[in-house]
Design a protein around this ligand. Sequence first.
Ligand code: GDP
Length: 441
Amino acid sequence: MFENLSERLERSFKILKGQGRITEINVAETLKDIRRALLDADVNYKTAKTFTETVKEKALGQNVLTAVKPQQMMVKIVHDELAQLMGGTSTDINLKGNPAVILIAGLQGSGKTTFSGKLANLIKSKRGKHPVLVAGDVYRPAAINQLQVLGEQIGVPVYTEEGNTDPVKIAKAGIKEAKAKGHDVVIIDTAGRLAIDEEMMNEISAIKEAVKPHETLFVVDAMTGQDAVNTAKEFNDRLDFDGVVLTKLDGDTRGGAAISIRSVVDKPIKFVGMGEKMDALDVFHPSRMADRILGMGDIVSLVEKAQEQYDAEEARKLQKKIAKNQFNFDDFLGQIRQIKKMGNLKDLAAMIPGMGKMLKNVDIDDDAFKGVEAIISSMTPQERQNPSIINGSRRKRIAAGSGTSIQEVNRLIKQFEDTRKAMRMMTQGKNLSKMMNSFMM
Ligand code: GDP
């Protein structure tokens, strides 16, 4: 995602390398570069201009901090401004209401039906709700069928009315039935067109007027760049929606839509679609998106992802061990196995700062940890518990036992010690940003 933009931004920060501080003169070229990078990523012209002006103001207004290099400072300022531009903090959807009614609007092919399914799935599995889907795309039988298939897949009922071509009536009836059956959320999928037309706008407005949704979400394909922003503006002028859903962010998008939509339309992005599967939906966090755009990786979602997989009790125990510096090779092995269970290693590793670019052309698979696992398996239980007792001759034996070299054993033990130190620092909440900086530059 946004690889090109990330690389360009990183290059523009390098212009400041070796500078003692940020000055009007040395910042000018960096800013010119940043602006060009944004425009090439299809960011709205005005947005890019205002953005660089704000960054300049902030950069020149900064106190000179001896501990921070100008280029690091610039990364931080650009990061924070990007997050600000995308809305600052994340905005939740309104699920209050009995039932809460959520209306989904957007052009045909934007990903409305897929998103409706994903949202139902998320609300059901993560919010403990009992949603129902309403098939309001009455013109395409295939759309109704598609929603039914998705509903079945995620175990959410779908309300349809065969032969009825009045989406307003269907929506109202769907809500009535949901109420009768005790559902607390109703998600109404609607019909789109290939381009904006009056008929579609009238229809969706009529549905909105009739059902008075608690939340109206506008779905748009991020791949369409500036068009996405323009379409959002037109829909918002008519519908006054509550939030945007950017789909297909897993594809080769340049980033323009994600960066500009908020400043042009003044409505928050609430979700991003990251694939065709039902669980490929993320709540939108501006700050984390800024991390990704800057190619700093996304530590927070890495941790979140890990947490989802981890047994809470185990995690608590581990936390304690790390804090007491008792994290050992058995735990390390456990972690590796957890990571392997989590699936796509490359995706996961790409979230670690600085790794994304490095891994671009590298294949990593489960074998990546083979040597490490072999080495740990060749240690005695005592050694795994207390790595400091592993002396020179034992290292040789471990290398022989695991079919690796003594250098590899040494490297692993060194890496383990470093990781242990880093983890301890993290649990103590100290110097995290410093550590991240050292990964980056
Ligand atoms: P609708 O016409 O607005 O209801 O759009 P659909 O939900 O039918 O989606 C159109 C196409 O985009 C389908 O092939 C979906 O599988 C695909 N799609 C939807 N969301 C995403 C996403 O987040 N990522 C990717 N890669 N494909 C998506």
